[in-house]
Every structure is written in C-alpha cells, then in structure tokens.
Design a protein around this ligand. Structure first.
Ligand SMILES: Nc1ncnc2c1ncn2[C@@H]1O[C@H](COP(=O)(O)OP(=O)(O)OP(=O)(O)O)[C@@H](O)[C@H]1O
Ligand SMILES: [Mg+2]
Length: 338
C-alpha cells in the first residue's frame, strides 16, 4: 500500500500536509512541515528519524497534547477514523484520548502517578470512558494487568508504581493504554529506556496484544532493528518532514531516499567486523535554519550542486509508487541491508 486506501474505515489515522509551529524567542518556528502519514487498520507503522526530526511533536498533535498557547497548526489535517482532530474542542479531544487513541512513552515511571496504586490508575480510564463503578473497574484492571503479563495480578493490582521494575511499569502503561480497546496506539520509544532482554519481551508482548486487540500502532523509534521486528510500513522523518514511506521489507532492501540509506548503513549489526560504525556526516539543522532545496542535501553523498540545493522539494512518487522527497528520485541506485 503506497497511499491511504479510499475507504476511510480502512484508514485509522490519516495525517495530511501537517505543519506545526512553536512560539519561541525567534518568533514562530516551524518544526513539522508538510507531513503526510497514515496508519491502516491493524497495521503497525514505524516512524523513524534522528533526534529532533519531529516524531514526538507529530504524535502529541495527534493526541491533542501539544502545550496550549505555545503552538499553532497553520495548515494540514489529522483524521482519526475520518474525524478531524485539528481544531477540535478540548472536551471532545479528551473524550477520544485514552478511549479511541492512546499513547505510551519512553519513561513509564514518569507517566505513572506514584501516589496511586497501579490498579487505581488502570481503573481510572475505565471509569472515565466506560462509566464503570470503582469495583467493576478494579476487576477489569486486574484482568488487564494479567493480560499484559504481570504475574499474580490479583495481588499486584494494589501495589504502587515504586514496587514495580521499569519493564513492569511499561506493562502497566500498556494496560492503561489498551484498557478501553483504542483504535490507535501511539508508542513513542516504548523500549528505549529498558535493558535489552526486557526490551525483547516488551516487543513480543506488543506483537501479541496487537493480534489480540486488533489495535493499529504508530511505533516511534530510533532503532531500525525494532522496526524490522515490529512494523509493516515505515515513514522516515528528517528535519520536520517525511522523506520516504515504504513497506518495511522494501525500505531495508531498496531505500528510496539517501537519508534512509544512511540510517540503514548506521545499524550496528551491519558494521564491518572491527570496522567503525558508519554514521551520517554532519548533523540535523535547527528548525529555524533549514537549508534551501532538499533539507538533507548538506549531508548527502548524492547531492548535486544547482539541483538539490535550490527550490522546493515536494514529496514525489517514484515508478513503484513510493512517496519520496528526493530531487534525484529514479536516478539513484541506493544500497539496503538485505
Ligand atoms: N514546546 C516546544 N517549544 C519549542 N520547540 C519545541 C517544543 N517541543 C519540541 N520542540 C522542537 O521541535 C522539534 C522536534 O522535536 P521532537 O521532540 O518532535 O523530536 P523527535 O523526533 O521526537 O526527537 P527524539 O528522537 O529526540 O525524541 C525539535 O527541534 C524540538 O526542539
Ligand atoms: Mg521524541
């Protein structure tokens, strides 16, 4: 699938030409600029890119959680199962949050309230969105705790977050997120803070629960190894823009954008034995200091002077239909990892 299907019921999330600006000392600064992104029903879509590329800001906009008064959305649209979220009143947004769309974050311990039991925190969303009594919500909370693989759930439901390890706190966050059976789960680096074995268990659990709950997932990560394990499709973000959206296997076999090629070459497993890990030279430009033409051109080995450093660089569609933001689309033979 290279563009969203026509049937709105088949597309859970559809972001179109989205721009987001923040109020700063330099005036309004645009940090997300013309993002197109969609997630189909039951799909897991990876959102990858270096730090500062706009992944979290895009997902917070989808949750309606960007700081009030500090941001504006001058263009674009975010539709959740056909319903427009941009400009939606806060009351309605807070009805959707935790119910139709839920999010888990990198640091689960910071997202949990130390003063309440984990059971009460899972029960809270069920009382708020399902109108369950405290007792019924706690029964359901115990079921959810068991579902996310916490042993002895009936007892642990009365424990406080500090009695749980980091990996278990992330499971609790997943229980809260999935309690109301959302259509879309946004996972923002959910395993980055966990150690490697706990990370692997968490990914396995998310895969299982996706099959069980039929939830669609937008999975934000730096780690292309995680993408390979979890995702059906991938959107690659650079400097506030999506530069390529491809099916997962295709991205790894035949990247369309030189930035994707660079990210793949930097995967540790593919470094030469004893050799240095390749990284992409240079660094991400500041949002207020974007270069003309293609934003990636100062770091790109394939850039052509007079072509890549000037004019607009819209999303283009290649011969195989993959949306790509590269002036040289169709001319380059880029290297994957497979
Ligand atoms: N409240 C804010 N006010 C001003 N600028 C902000 C605000 N929040 C984020 N930004 C800026 O928006 C840009 C995108 O940030 P974002 O957090 O989305 O990046 P990211 O891709 O999630 O990076 P990371 O991989 O480090 O999490 C950055 O330049 C960041 O400094
Ligand atoms: Mg982020």
């Amino acid at each position: 699938m290279v563009s969203p299907p026509d049937d709105p019921q088949a597309t859970v999330l559809e972001i179109e030409n989205l721009a987001i600006e923040f109020r700063t000392e330099r005036g309004w600064v645009r940090v997300v600029d013309g993002v197109d992104l969609w997630v189909g029903r039951g799909e897991t879509v990876g959102l990858v890119g270096e730090s500062g590329s706009g992944k979290t800001v895009t997902s917070l906009a989808t949750m309606g959680l960007l700081p009030r008064g500090e941001h504006r959305i001058p263009q674009g649209s975010i539709r959740l199962v056909g319903e427009e979220l941009v400009g939606m009143p806060e009351r309605r947004l807070s009805d959707l949050r935790g119910d139709r769309v839920a999010m888990i974050f990198q640091e689960p311990r910071r997202s949990l309230d130390p003063a309440f039991t984990v059971g009460d925190q899972i029960a809270e969303v069920l009382r708020r969105h399902r109108g369950l009594s405290r007792k019924a919500a706690l029964v359901e909370a115990t079921v959810m705790l068991d579902t996310v693989g916490i042993a002895d759930a009936a007892r642990r439901v009365a424990d406080y977050p500090h009695q749980f390890s980091g990996g278990m706190c992330q499971r609790v966050m997943l229980a809260i997120a999935l309690a109301c059976r959302p259509t879309l789960l946004i996972a923002d680096e959910p395993t980055t803070a966990l150690d490697v074995t706990v990370q692997a268990e968490m990914l396995r659990l998310m895969n299982e629960l996706q099959a069980e709950f039929g939830v669609s997932i937008l999975f934000i990560t730096h780690d292309l190894g995680v993408v390979a394990e979890m995702c059906d499709r991938v959107s690659v973000m650079y400097a506030g823009q999506v530069v390529e959206s491809s099916p997962m296997e295709e991205l790894f076999a035949r990247p369309h954008h030189p930035y994707s090629e660079g990210l793949l070459a930097a995967i540790p497993d593919h470094a030469e034995p004893g050799g240095r890990l390749r990284s992409i030279r240079g660094s991400v430009p500041a949002p207020w200091d974007q270069p003309a033409g293609c934003r990636f051109h100062p770091r790109c080995d394939h850039a052509v002077v007079g072509l890549c450093d000037t004019g607009d660089n819209p999303m283009r569609t290649g011969a195989d239909g993959t949306p790509t933001r590269c002036m040289r689309l169709g001319e380059l033979e880029l290297t994957g990892t497979l």
